[in-house]
Design a protein around this ligand. Sequence first.
Ligand SMILES: Cc1cc2nc3c(=O)[nH]c(=O)nc-3n(C[C@H](O)[C@H](O)[C@H](O)COP(=O)(O)OP(=O)(O)OC[C@H]3O[C@@H](n4cnc5c(N)ncnc54)[C@H](O)[C@@H]3O)c2cc1C
Length: 88
Amino acid sequence: MVEVSREYTYRVAAKIDFGVDQIKEISMAKNFACTVSDKVTYDAVQIFGGYGYMRGYLVERLYRDNRILSIGGGATGIMKEIIFRFIL
Ligand SMILES: Cc1cc2nc3c(=O)[nH]c(=O)nc-3n(C[C@H](O)[C@H](O)[C@H](O)COP(=O)(O)OP(=O)(O)OC[C@H]3O[C@@H](n4cnc5c(N)ncnc54)[C@H](O)[C@@H]3O)c2cc1C
């Protein structure tokens, strides 16, 4: 999933470089990357167990920092609204 997200992001970025209108795809790529990132960091905490939950361990920090990705730079709800506007 991480690799799919990365490749999709690169593909959208490449199209932007060629001047192709990518507003819907940018929103889709961001939301997909956030979904993947949510799962990766959630699973990482689960794998590390109690240490994954404790301050001072990198996994806890990654899990916490990950939350901003779905809020900053275009919140997930806003990205969905943009996607729906193009689809409907
Ligand atoms: C650590 C941090 C750093 C930041 N750095 C910057 C920065 O450098 N530059 C900058 O410009 N901003 C920055 N911000 C602000 C950030 O861009 C905003 O927090 C972000 O745009 C979300 O806006 P909001 O907090 O007002 O939430 P809201 O817009 O109130 O959204 C709250 C929730 O409601 C949902 N929502 C809102 N409207 C709709 C809708 N119409 N339909 C469906 N769902 C909706 C959203 O998806 C979200 O889940 C930063 C924020 C943080 C926390």
